[in-house]
Design a protein around this ligand. Structure first.
Ligand SMILES: *Cc1c(COP(=O)(O)O)cnc(C)c1O
Length: 439
């Protein structure tokens, strides 16, 4: 029989770290990554045929769970139509029309193959539109692995940057400014100094890649108003939040109209699709209409376009969002009861047990994150409690052992799909309790 350990050892010989995206290696939680072979609905099966209930959902794309019959039907039809044309076809048109009708600030949209590609292209448009070079981003927001945004705030002066990765030329990040989230003063100071040089302000309106750092509405609105005042474009990165919390995404929730917006994850229903979009006057700068070059051999591939449209039409007809939120609240509140019963004595990195910590869930729509309970809401990286990583790793493995799969990092959020019904959630909670008892 196949087993994950053996496959991982083999993978390490032929791929860096044995994986094709770092977090999959379990580096953050320790242990051997599980090699999955099959999925359906909320269930995953690994290569040894052990079953798991999935709360990672490929990091978000699977709003209707794995291989939902209604979407699977469209995918099967697509196998009989065409796999790729590299030419014009109607499927991307239908998806583009559908989205532009639904979202007022999406006047035009260009499909690409990933969230990274979408953000990279949107920055290019913003620089062309403004004739400026600098980019402002926020510490704790992830925008994919493009050079210019693999940057965090340097430990020294606010606004100075150092890269998050080796191999990035200093010139690639020299124009990237970074400030903390949730800090109006830093924001105002930065705009005063640099506002007229900034092409674009990029932000995750619901930061969900460093835990779930829900921002105050006033803060995001301040970002938007300062961008406007200084003539910078506002880029809302909704790769994770787009279509997960409703059709208008977080922009709709916050009453903020972006100039440019990026989508990914859910948009392709599990196939590789991203998009950048926005006001026509900016998007018309893109080739062949305008001077900003951007292209893709497999862009707008029929699988992603047709599956994405099938899923979004389904969501538009059914409005699954209120129920998703309700299920998420049910699951997280029960999980917190269990965590507080069984998981409050997990030592930190130094092996110390903090005597009085409790857990709480941060959630928004169908996204959730478990963390130590804090007096004040955690809205920026520096406020994430110490020991979080170690505590999460213990909980992760306790759940994994019983067949509950969370994203393998304490800094990733969890997701529910429409297929996580009460019966499934109760089953997951029972399994979780079995695992947590053994901590
Ligand atoms: C996932 C993500 C990206 C990157 O998308 P990829 O498809 O992984 O390249 C960018 N921005 C946000 C907010 C994301 O969550």
């Amino acid at each position: 029989m196949k087993n994950s350990l053996e496959l991982f050892e083999r993978s390490k010989k032929v791929s860096p770290g044995g994986v094709h995206s770092p977090v999959r290696s379990f580096a953050s939680v320790g242990g051997t990554p599980v090699f999955f072979e099959k999925a359906e609905g909320v269930k995953l099966w690994d290569v040894a045929n052990k079953e798991y209930i999935d709360f990672c959902l490929s990091f978000g794309p699977l709003l209707y769970g794995h291989r939902h019959p209604d979407i699977a039907k469209v995918v099967r039809e697509t196998t009989e139509l065409a796999w790729t044309f590299g030419a014009t076809e109607p499927y991307s048109l239908y998806l583009a029309e559908f989205i532009t009708k639904k979202i007022p600030w999406v006047e035009k949209i260009r499909f690409v193959n990933s969230g990274t590609e979408a953000v990279m292209s949107a920055l290019r448009v913003a620089r062309a539109a403004t004739g400026r070079n600098k980019i402002l981003k926020f510490d704790g927001c992830y925008h994919g692995h493009l050079d210019a945004l693999l940057v965090k705030a340097g430990s020294g002066l606010a606004g100075e940057s150092s890269s998050d990765s080796a191999g990035i030329g200093t010139e690639q990040i020299a124009n990237t400014l970074v400030i903390p989230l949730d800090d109006e003063e830093a924001l105002e100071n930065l705009f005063e100094k640099e506002g007229r040089n900034i092409a674009v302000v990029a932000i995750e309106p619901l930061p969900a890649n460093y835990g779930l750092l829900i921002q105050r509405k006033e803060f995001i609105q301040k970002v938007a108003s300062l961008a406007k005042k200084y003539g910078c474009l506002l880029l809302l990165d909704e790769v994770i939040s787009g279509f997960r919390i409703g059709f208008k995404g977080m922009a709709g929730e916050l009453d903020v109209e972006p100039d440019l917006v990026c989508y990914g994850k859910i948009l392709g229903a599990g196939f590789p699709v991203g998009a950048y979009a926005g006001k026509a006057k900016f998007m018309d700068l893109v080739a062949p209409q305008g001077p900003v070059y951007q292209a893709g051999t497999l862009s707008a591939n029929p699988f992603g376009m047709r599956a994405g449209l099938a899923m979004l039409e389904k969501a538009s007809n059914e409005n699954p969002y209120p129920k998703l939120e309700e299920s998420t609240n049910y699951f997280t509140s029960k999980m917190i009861e269990l965590l507080n019963k069984y998981a409050t004595k997990i030592p930190d990195k130094e092996g110390k047990v903090k005597s009085d910590y409790l857990w709480e869930a941060v959630s928004y729509g169908s996204l959730f994150w478990f963390k130590e309970k804090t007096e004040q809401s955690v809205r920026k990286v520096s406020n994430i409690p110490l020991g979080h990583k170690e505590r999460f790793a213990k909980v992760f493995h306790a759940l994994l052992s019983q067949g509950v799969y969370l994203a393998p990092s304490g800094y990733e959020v969890g997701f529910l799909s429409t297929e996580h019904n009460t019966q499934i959630l109760n089953e997951a909670l029972n399994r979780a309790e079995e695992g947590l008892k053994q901590i």
